[in-house]
Design a protein around this ligand. Structure first.
Ligand code: GLC
Length: 489
């Protein structure tokens, strides 16, 4: 095999991505990219559609590169314009109170994906997805991309999509769309705030994997999305007070209750259960250390005391009554760092963990979407015996190259030189295999050495994940596009 250089990989990845075959067109306009270049028959399931979460890393590359790209019929199109078209299209597809009368979906919702059939745009809000999962993360990724687009185009406002901005000013219909998102995400429910309660499969892991309730990925994306919503609404907007309040409480709860390191593990091991009411004069917060009534038998102490380094920690995957899901989920942890949710020391601790547990979390193909895999009876009960999510495959301990951009962004944000160096090596090594294997969606096996059994090839976010990580590492200023300021200005 010829040796691949850093810039050689970058060039090949961009050449691959910059092809008209990946673009989705509607009425002569490119609106985004397909999830994968697959034959358009039933075996492709829905991979020929444009997914909001899949397009995100592609869109960031389009914004950063800002150049003419290959369009249909030999024409070229501005890469930023594709992002503007995408954002405007999703806004247009958002369910409004008027439209919700004819649908069973709530106002504010945005689709997981859309496809184009002839002249018709066909969004999927979950009704056509496998198991009808609901895409709670869509609105949140859309908000984060909106901010990136705005920041990228502020130099040259003539590029702004007229449906979104008038110069620097958000258009009234954009503000309305944001308010609709807030009315959905901040609505009163049965459970107590500040977390947001969702069904299983509501995010990137869109199959049953024990993520019903309060999964970390949704909570951290929610935190990031709320900051964007706040910045695009006027300061006298009635939602502002609720956003501030929610952000504060969300941050506190995630940083405290989801945090797991050896110190907390030792405390949990000793904690009492079945606590009911604090004795007079004792602060409920101190007394209720075990406020979720966790039973020690439910926590995998044996694995964790051996696996957790003395000075590192992470955010657990899910939390609820007598339920602490101790699996490490990459997106939630990395978005907690990127979205300014975690204080410096905790953010650093997560990156230390990733660095020190490289073999488990990154292995031969960075990086694992979740670690460790669930097996045996637990796999049967939690996934419903899902063969696609068998141990060390797909969402259940599989490795996803698209995660590398988030890893690079978090590493640079925390300024972790050893991991940065390691990542440069890993990216070139992984790049070799990805090119050879035709850009699979995911890899299987404890160390990520097998091509995913049911992985599609030419998956756009696998190409974009690697390429975007390279862009960030080569030019860390590009990270400003996903910069979140002080959460409480
Ligand atoms: C799988 C992934 C999902 C992704 C989709 C399209 O269902 O779990 O996150 O959006 O494929 O690539």
């Amino acid at each position: 095999m010829v040796t691949l250089s850093w810039s050689g990989l970058k060039e090949i990845a961009w050449r691959e991505l910059n092809q008209a075959k990946y673009l989705v067109y509607h009425q002569g306009q490119p609106l985004g990219t397909k999830a994968a270049d697959v034959p358009s028959d039933s075996s492709s399931v829905n991979y020929d559609q444009c997914f909001i979460r899949d397009f995100f890393p592609v869109a960031l590359i389009y914004l950063i590169r800002n150049q003419e790209i290959a369009g249909h019929d030999g024409e070229t199109v501005s890469s930023r314009q594709v992002v503007g078209n995408f954002l405007a299209t999703i806004l247009h597809l958002q369910i409004t109170p008027e439209r919700s009368k004819y649908m069973e979906r709530s106002p504010g919702m945005m689709p997981a994906s859309f496809k184009v059939e002839g002249d018709i745009l066909k969004p999927d809000y979950g009704e056509r997805a496998i198991a009808q999962v609901t895409p709670v993360d869509s609105c949140l990724w859309w908000l984060i991309l909106l901010q990136a687009y705005y920041l990228a185009c502020t130099q040259d406002q003539t590029e702004m999509h007229p449906d979104l901005f008038d110069g620097k000013e958000p258009q009234p219909k954009l503000r309305r769309g944001i308010r609709l998102i807030l009315s959905l995400y901040l609505s009163n429910r049965f459970d107590a705030e500040p977390m947001i309660m969702v069904p299983d499969g509501a995010c990137m892991i869109d199959r049953r994997m024990g993520l019903n309730g309060y999964p970390l990925e949704i909570q951290t994306l929610f935190f990031a999305g709320l900051q964007v919503a706040r910045d695009f609404l006027k300061s006298d907007e009635p939602y502002q007070i609720r956003i501030r309040h929610r952000l504060r409480r969300l941050q506190r709860q995630i940083c405290e209750d989801y945090w797991l390191d050896l110190r907390r593990l030792r405390m949990l091991y000793q904690a009492q259960s079945e606590q009911y009411d604090p004795p007079p004069g004792i602060d409920a917060e101190d007394y209720f250390f075990n406020k979720y009534n966790l039973y020690p038998e439910s926590i995998p102490y044996e694995h964790l005391i051996q696996w957790l380094p003395e000075k590192a920690g992470y955010l657990v995957g899910n939390l609820g009554p007598s339920h602490l899901d101790c699996r490490f989920f990459a997106i939630g942890n990395l978005m907690g760092v990127i979205g300014n949710l975690l204080p410096k020391a905790q953010a650093r601790s997560i990156l230390d963990l990733i660095y020190l547990r490289h073999a488990d979390l990154l292995g031969e193909m960075p990086m694992k979407v979740c670690y460790p895999a669930i097996q045996g009876l637990e796999w049967q009960l939690v996934t419903g015996c899902d063969p696609k999510n068998k141990p060390w495959s797909y969402h259940n301990g599989g490795s996803w190259p698209m995660l590398v951009w988030m890893l690079a962004a978090a590493t640079l944000k925390v300024k972790h030189p050893s991991l940065t160096e390691q990542l440069r090596e890993d990216i070139v090594k992984a790049g070799h295999r990805l090119i050879h294997d035709r850009w699979p969606e995911y890899y299987d096996g404890g160390n990520g050495r097998l091509i995913g059994r049911m992985a599609r090839r030419y998956q756009t976010w696998s190409i974009a994940g690697i390429l975007l990580a390279q862009e960030f590492l080569d030019c860390p200023q590009t990270l400003d596009l996903i910069h979140f300021g002080d959460p409480y200005p």
